[in-house]
Design a protein around this ligand. Structure first.
Ligand code: ZN
Length: 140
């Protein structure tokens, strides 16, 4: 830890929202990704993003994104730990530094994959949670 970190920790207020990227490779994994997507939608107030069957942006594998507010983290993330079924899931904060969010500060559920750093900027507006498109009816 350098001196600057010791003197002034980064505040939680830097985190405007989170993404979970749920990766899959091949038919069996896509089926589990479909299973997960349905069950996330039944249980959590989130924004389920489009299926990306081809790698896009910094992502090395097919995936879909789940955008969620900071208050959802404490339930959704442990639920994904229990239910990822072997899929790789990247959880990253959204601050003003997307490169750091994806490469330095994220956590992985399952096996960590590569991230294409070269397409990520180091200064951007922090993305707030996207509009919810789920209507949960079940508890987690
Ligand atoms: Zn993301």
């Amino acid at each position: 830890m350098n001196a600057a970190q010791a003197n002034s920790p980064r505040p939680l207020a830097e985190i405007a929202s989170y993404h979970a990227h749920i990766y899959y490779d091949g038919q069996a994994e896509r089926q589990h990704a479909e299973w997960l997507r349905l069950r996330i939608g039944e249980r959590f107030r989130v924004r389920l993003g489009n299926w990306r069957d081809e790698p896009v942006g910094p992502h090395e594998q097919a995936m879909y994104q789940v955008s969620f507010a900071t208050e959802i983290f404490a339930t959704l993330v442990p639920w994904l730990m229990l239910n990822h079924g072997g899929l790789s899931i990247l959880i990253h904060p959204n601050t003003t530094n997307p490169k750091r969010d994806h490469l330095v500060d994220p956590l992985w559920i399952g096996r960590a994959l590569g991230v294409h750093a070269e397409v990520l900027g180091e200064e951007d507006e922090a993305e707030a949670a996207l509009e919810v498109n789920t209507e949960p009816t079940l508890g987690a």
